[in-house]
Design a protein around this ligand. Structure first.
Ligand SMILES: [Zn+2]
Length: 595
């Protein structure tokens, strides 16, 4: 059976869902399923996928067998001494804990199976999103990491995964589990770990080994409201989808980022949550053939916020607009219970009004913008900097790589790519070939120059030099100088690397009369990588350093006032033959003050 385009997304929910229950006092309460499911059904959700406990074999795809054994012990003997994060505090033992937690995992796994088999396009698991669970430790109300298990299942099928975590807390467990896997790009927007559990999720956390640059964090200031949160989301997430070219999206929509949440201090409204969910829907169709598993995550205002947040995510997945008003019958039905827990009255509208402000308190916006600039530097390649997805998208144009024995032709293009050329995989740091072609085309229209290596109609090498476009870091002193051009991208498909082709292309590109009186600045950050077969970060930076030095670039110290890219960077400057000697970059003369 194949998902029909008009089929509504299924909701993962059943008798097991409410058994994940740490006790009456605990903030992650199964009471949220009452008003939450009723609202989803009122919106039209008519297909439910009841979860069943995952098997030990399934759990052990990301969890240590010893840890599963410990959880099983607590499940039957809640008096066992504290171990593996289970004990008094966030994750107290309860009877049946193993089975209930395994069922949350089983729900996300079943949804992913249905998506991979084509039975579902989108699925929503409101009880899923237990993103803090570590391989051998419970943490932050999370016993088994259902989202990581679903991602691991997709990875086992060879798929690339984009994981977007919108919970107010850093998605630390998922990040840790896929730290070294470049096939999983994780991006987490959260309240800064300086103020909130789990105390991690800083911009410097970029991923290990060959995965450097695929773990992206935006730690936001307490008080951050819709405008600044959405600015971060919109500037990062669509671009990262283009960079990563995912086959499936897994998302966590914790509504504890809401202004009314009792456990945290961001100040979002349901307006921002709905915008984000709609954008993720668009991205899932554009990049991942609609494959999208969304989860509910945290959220501790169970009556006023969580239900509506779930409704907004499901409606985005159902491609339905949200009604203006919540049902009167729903508000009446849950009024007393909400009052008893201090979460009344139930809001009459899905989207918050002026009672939740759009703008953050003074000072917050500036600090959030500085954090965002760092995250962008570490994760977005120069080719997509200031990129507007809608304007830049080219025709689908990835070509299979020809044999590396075929002759290569090198040529320069000034205003448009020749028609009919296809782009070899791994030539640019943008995984989606249509977006890569689109971004190159925009740069050429804006006066950039491309030097291409072509074999059998496929671009197997590319150097792009152009005027710096809209900048991540408007204060970057280098790019504010007159007569400066940027080395936007240099890349060669994997079979042609280590044969001097990149160096040849770069020399050819610089041997250009129009550049004779220019400085050309090249910056390699963690973002400049082959999205499919990345080398380790030291190898990448080393290769960039050798390539640039070989072409006559001089490495410079970081400029005062520039954003420091997390993970390190190589910045180097080439001076054209007619540049005044006083303006040239030389090893003895750095750093250059802003001109
Ligand atoms: Zn959709």
């Amino acid at each position: 059976m194949v998902a029909s385009p008009r089929q509504l997304p299924s909701v993962v929910y059943g008798p097991w869902s409410t058994r994940y229950d740490f006790g009456g006092w605990h903030p992650l309460t199964p009471r949220r399923f009452g008003p939450g499911l009723e609202l989803l059904r009122a919106l039209g959700a008519d297909r439910e996928l009841p979860p069943e406990p995952a098997t030990d074999d399934e759990l052990e795809r990301v969890h240590a067998p010893e840890y599963v054994r410990i959880v099983r012990r607590f499940s039957v003997d809640t008096g066992s001494p504290p171990a593996a994060g289970i004990g008094p505090g966030d994750d107290p033992p309860f009877a049946g804990m193993h089975e209930a937690a395994a069922a949350v995992a089983g729900g996300s796994l079943a949804a992913m199976e249905a998506i991979l088999a084509g039975r579902e396009a989108h699925a929503f698991h409101p009880g899923g999103g237990l993103h803090h669970a570590m391989p051998a430790r419970a943490s932050g109300f999370c016993v088994y990491n259902d989202v990581a298990l679903a991602i691991a299942r997709a990875r086992a099928a060879g798929l690339r995964v984009l994981y977007v975590d919108l919970d107010v807390h850093h998605g630390d467990g998922v990040q840790a589990i896929f730290w070294d896997d470049p096939g999983v790009l994780t991006v987490s927007l959260h309240e800064s770990g300086r103020h909130l559990f789990p105390g991690t999720g800083f911009v410097e956390e970029i991923g290990g080994a060959v995965a450097a640059g695929t773990k992206v964090n935006v730690p936001l200031e307490p008080g951050t409201a819709d405008r600044d949160w959405l600015a971060a989301f919109e500037r990062l997430v669509p671009v990262l989808a283009a960079v990563h070219a995912p086959d499936v999206l897994v998302t966590q929509h914790g509504s504890d980022s809401h202004a009314w949440d009792p456990l945290a201090n961001l100040a979002l409204s349901t307006r921002a949550m709905e915008r984000a969910a709609r954008r993720l829907d668009t991205l899932s169709h554009r990049y991942a053939a609609g494959r999208w598993l969304a989860t509910g995550g945290g959220g501790y205002d169970a009556y006023r916020v969580v239900s509506r947040a779930w409704g907004l995510v499901w409606s985005a997945q159902a491609h339905r607009s949200v009604p203006e008003r919540t049902p009167l019958a729903w508000r009446t039905r849950w009024a007393d219970e909400a009052r008893r827990y201090g979460q009344a009255p139930l809001p009459p509208h899905y989207l918050d009004g002026e009672e939740v402000a759009e703008t953050s308190p003074p000072g917050v916006a500036g600090r959030d913008a500085a954090t965002l600039a760092q995250a962008l530097r570490a994760s977005v390649p120069a080719l997509l900097r200031g990129w507007e997805a809608e304007a830049a998208r080219g025709i689908p144009a990835e070509g299979p790589l020809p044999s590396a024995d075929l002759p290569v032709t090198i040529g320069r293009v000034g205003d448009a790519l020749p028609a009919g050329l296809r782009l070899g995989r791994g030539v640019t740091p943008v995984g989606d070939a249509a977006d890569a072609i689109g971004a190159v085309s925009v740069a050429l229209r804006e006066g950039g120059r491309a030097t291409l290596a072509i074999a059998d109609g496929v671009i197997v090498g590319l150097v792009l030099i152009g005027r710096p476009r809209q900048l991540v870091d408007p204060a970057d002193p280098w790019l504010l100088r007159p007569r400066v051009e940027e080395l936007v991208t240099v890349g060669v498909a994997a079979p042609w690397r280590r044969h001097g082709l990149a160096a040849r292309l770069l020399r050819e590109a610089l041997d250009e009369p129009a550049l004779a009186d220019r400085l050309v600045v090249g910056m390699a950050t963690t973002a400049e990588r082959d999205p499919f077969e990345p080398a380790s970060l030291p190898e990448r930076l080393g290769a960039a350093r050798r390539l640039l030095a070989g072409a006559g670039f001089v490495e410079t110290a970081p400029q005062p006032g520039a954003v420091t890219p997390p993970g390190g960077a190589v910045t180097a400057v080439w001076s054209g033959p007619r540049v005044d000697p006083a303006d040239r970059e030389s090893p003895s003369r750095r750093p250059i003050p802003p001109g």
